[in-house]
Design a protein around this ligand. Sequence first.
Ligand SMILES: CC(C)(COP(=O)(O)OP(=O)(O)OC[C@H]1O[C@@H](n2cnc3c(N)ncnc32)[C@H](O)[C@@H]1OP(=O)(O)O)[C@@H](O)C(=O)NCCC(=O)NCCSC(=O)CC(=O)O
Length: 554
Amino acid sequence: MTKARAGLPRYEDAVAHFRLEDEVARLHGDPATGINAYVECCGRYTGQNRLALRAISAGGELREFSFDDLAGMSGRVGTMLKDLGVGPGDVVAGMLPRIPELMALILGTWRVGAVYQPLFTAFGPKAIEHRLGYSGAKLVVTNPANRGKLNEVENHPRVATILAAGDALPEGDIDFRAALAAASPDCPPVMRKGSDLFMMMSTSGTTGHPKGVPVPLNALLAFGAYMRDAIGLTPDDVFWNIADPGWAYGLYYAITGPLQLGIATTFYEGAFNAKSTYDIVERLGVTSLAGSPTAYRLLMAEGAEAAARVKGKLRVVSSAGEPLNPEVIRWFDANLAAPIHDHYGQTENGMMVNNHHGLTHTVRAGSAGFAMPGYRMVVLDEAGNELGPNQPGILAVDIDNSPLRWFDGYHQAETPAIAGGYYRTGDTVEYEPDGSVSFIGRADDVITSAGYRIGPFDVESALIEHPAVNEAAAVGVPDPQRTEIVKAFVVLAPAYKGSEELAEEIAQHVKKRLSAHAYPREVEFVVELPKTPSGKIQRFLLRKAEVEKRKGVA
Ligand SMILES: CC(C)(COP(=O)(O)OP(=O)(O)OC[C@H]1O[C@@H](n2cnc3c(N)ncnc32)[C@H](O)[C@@H]1OP(=O)(O)O)[C@@H](O)C(=O)NCCC(=O)NCCSC(=O)CC(=O)O
């Protein structure tokens, strides 16, 4: 049985729990020795015959890699990068599915002290161009399935392509596999400071295009703490986080977190579906599963019979990206005999509030849990005053009293979320007297769909590129499967007439240009958009009307 924890966990709890001060000193980088993310996630586990990666191809073939294997592969990548002139602080982008080469690329980039930038494979040219533009990446590594999109990206950097048998090398590209075969696996890690970067992420807000989120090496401390305290990972676990490493959830907690603890992770190259997920859980004997509520709702929809063959096999299940419905919790308990816990985080700062598997406390259905030890989470009113229990406000991090927090602001962009000693998450919550946090909704126009954070401005910019679109507004509307879906309200150019075909054409335009996960699943043609006297589109009015309309239907 779990026992109740009084109040929010404090800094002292964190210190007692995992010798925080020792780790801070080590990970912030002893000036004499420094730190390197490759060493933390791989180098220090070599020579122990230890499993690091189970990789299942799209066709179902399982290959296993030890930390020694990854050391050799990433050493070759590191040598190749050095030969190409990539050095400490330079950015290397990867646009790859979950294949072993992705792991080698990430670790190899870190090994030479460079910064890894993920490009989600569902991105279209517009999303890619923006991200490569602000990061100034020196190299993109991709595969033939994604290579074509770069032809529509202006001023993209040099490309290394992973060819399969029979593929022709695009002109000017580096043949990744051939370059690796010719490179030495010996590549001494370049030691860095804790404040130096090792990842460049991106995330969406209400205004403007997605912003870069620089991740310093000392964030490793927080990632490791999450794996230990919230996922509760042990060396006996078979761990699989199904999230894509093109985003924070996958890169922080499917790759960095487990490897940092010396525990193997799992890659499945194929697209998500419920059947293959159950197959893999059964085949590998997965004991600790992580993913988003949309994935879990799809597992539920597959029915009790499909679940029965892995019932009792999963020790713990962790959920993040969207709020977890109590119905999913009950279904997992009844049909999988597995405790599923909701965790809350952001690309900025990673996980911050969790129903920890590795710490004892009461789990209240509908709650995101308790502040992670090492974070002091507070609820603020609009004026920035801390609120007490049961008062809705903005969830925020108390910067000075949160030794694990690491986000210092967006890359070359204003960060109004950081002010007055707090980082404001933009999510509206309230907390119970016991300190457990309940999620209420976003305080801004950011859309959460299937666990992805989608910026309305980005979708609108792609919409108005279509010749039929004069004006557009994108909002998140409630959806039982994906939490929200993107809905576009479109004012057509005078020469066009609304039709189902045109709506589909416009949706597909966004899917191809921007991203396969961020396109509007509904398009409605309207005569005008609600606006303030100064001409700003009032998305909240559109969203409110949709919520009311859908309530009426239900
Ligand atoms: C639950 C899911 C497994 C369900 O997968 P599905 O395949 O059904 O759907 P999806 O949402 O991934 O994809 C939406 C559409 O994009 C397509 N699609 C997906 N991946 C693709 C790819 N690599 N290439 C081309 N198309 C792709 C799908 O086919 C689908 O098309 P069609 O519509 O035609 O069927 C997935 O949505 C998921 O993993 N969600 C969690 C996301 C996550 O990790 N969130 C946390 C980090 S986000 C984060 O950290 C963001 C931030 O802070 O900014």
